[in-house]
Design a protein around this ligand. Sequence first.
Ligand SMILES: [Zn+2]
Length: 174
Amino acid sequence: MHCPFCQHPNNRVLESRSAESGRSIRRRRECLRCERRFTTYERIEYVPVTVIKRNQEQELFDRSKLLRGIVRACEKTTVSSQVIEAIVDDIEAELQQRQHREVTSAEIGEMVLTQLRTINEVAFVRFACVYRQFQGIRDFTDTLSQLQGEPPGGRENQADHGRPLTYSLPSAVR
Ligand SMILES: [Zn+2]
């Protein structure tokens, strides 16, 4: 890191501390030649993640879109905005840690549902309603039974319920 004043390549760190709610590290540095001070920030490099939509179109993962979809599902529930932010943070972090830079919108939807399931039943069912596009009461009861920890469809239901759940994302995660 060259000094912004004299371009000297060497400096010493006077102080390091966490900044931007832990998303970066701020370092106060002093140039070894001119002794002037400057600040640098160190951040995680976010690699863009591509989302493959149901219609096979691709777009870049958009954090704020995902956030809006979850906010809508959590309206008038006790789920706080901090909790919603945390869900989005978790999902974004998980996507960043993956080897593959592609994810389907269906996968993201399921990631949201996995989190909402333990947080708020109303929000879970609302999100599932939009995202799974229920075709009938059976889809709805399948989702409810998932809340109770049963596999969707249940074994004895499988025979007369040959059609899998139809997946479709709300516009927010599309
Ligand atoms: Zn300097």
